[in-house]
Design a protein around this ligand. Structure first.
Ligand code: PBG
Length: 344
């Protein structure tokens, strides 16, 4: 059979190459491949983003993200239980805000009783041992879909930062463990750290979306939080130009200097080079966000039978580990965790 043939190949095959080095030897069987494997993905590497919606006992399919739903708070608590059982360490929460609650200033962002804060309290009450990350940015709450305040068509940096600090504080006071500013305003990490410390919230961590690019891959997310139709223009005056990596290092360095405990690169797979440079340069806990468009591509191709969805999912997640990431925010988190646990 196969193994016998390969063992005797040199002697048996008339045209055998005279090779001293044969890299395939280390790949000859699963046990051998396991022995030399350089990177592993575990459930500890996963952060699971959930979309929230107002109501009770409600689950709504996100059209552009097959398999992903918007969840009412009680359903989000059920998913938190699932995450606990799957030993996923952390959830990330994103709200779909009712259009009637959106305004020019994104005032709902600083409402201590908004959907995100309600979900944080409900999940923490049932499952205090699971980590919760909250996004800081105004786009789920503004009528124009931008992450900051606007005047005369321009994003106001410093005025926005003041609002972001208040948003971070209501989330932290609700019990959120990790504040994750995704707005890309200048100076927001320092301002949020100062606000948290002044309030005595010394243990609340900051995971900065430090290198966040203006990307086409956020499309399905904007669909999920309901800002796709309302967004006017693009986010290129605050999110990064996808052509740059030196700039990513400067952004990351700033956020570390300003007090970030962890840094993130976003999107994920198209920016693995950035993940590697950031990890090698700063040796900080470094995360990557496998964003909605990346999820949608794999899910859609799998649903069409064009690729093996499970294998593509696991391969894409492992790629982040290989690039140096300490963890990944991924909509595949529960599926991947189930698979990892089944593998033992
Ligand atoms: C909000 C935010 C976005 C994402 C995370 N936080 C969208 C955006 O910046 O427009 C995208 C996540 C995803 O696509 O999965 N600022």
């Amino acid at each position: 059979e196969l193994r016998e043939v390969s063992r005797r190949e040199g002697a048996a095959v008339p045209h055998a190459l005279d090779l001293t080095v044969r890299p395939r030897r280390n790949r000859k069987a699963e046990w051998a491949r396991r022995m030399v494997r350089e990177n592993v993905l575990t459930t500890d590497d996963l952060i699971w983003p959930l979309f929230l919606i107002d109501g009770h006992n409600k689950r709504e399919q996100v059209a552009s993200m097959p398999g992903v739903e918007r969840l009412s708070v009680d359903q989000a608590v059920r998913e938190a239980e699932r995450a606990m059982k799957l030993t996923i360490p952390c959830l990330a929460l994103f709200p779909y805000t009712e259009p009637s609650l959106r305004d020019e200033e994104g005032s709902e962002a600083t409402n201590p009783n908004n959907l995100v804060c309600q979900a944080v309290r409900a999940i923490k009450k049932e499952f205090p041992e699971i980590g919760i990350l909250c996004d800081v940015a105004l786009d789920p709450f503004t009528s124009h879909g931008h992450d900051g305040l606007i005047s005369d068509g321009r994003i106001l940096n410093d005025e926005t930062v003041a609002v972001l600090v208040r948003q971070a504080l209501v989330q932290a006071e609700a019990g959120c463990d990790i504040i994750a500013p995704s707005d890309m305003m200048d100076g927001r990490v320092a301002a949020i750290r100062e606000g948290l410390d002044r309030t005595g919230l010394l243990d609340v961590q900051i995971m900065a979306y430090a290198a966040k690019y203006a990307s086409a891959f956020y499309g399905p997310f904007r669909d999920a939080i309901g800002s796709a139709k309302t967004l006017t223009g693009d986010k290129r005056t605050y999110q990064m130009d996808s052509a740059n990596t030196d700039e990513a290092l400067r952004e990351v360095e700033l956020d570390i200097t300003e007090g970030a405990d962890m840094v993130m690169v976003k999107p994920g797979m198209p920016y693995l080079d950035v993940v590697r440079r950031v990890k090698d340069t700063f040796a900080m806990p470094t995360f990557a966000y496998q964003v909605s468009g990346e999820y949608a591509m794999i899910a859609a191709a799998a649903n069409n039978g064009w690729l093996d969805g499970e294998r593509a999912m696991m391969e894409s997640l492992l790629a982040f580990k290989r690039a140096g990431a300490d963890g990944v925010l991924s909509y595949f988190a529960p599926k991947a965790a189930e698979k990892l646990r089944a593998q033992g």
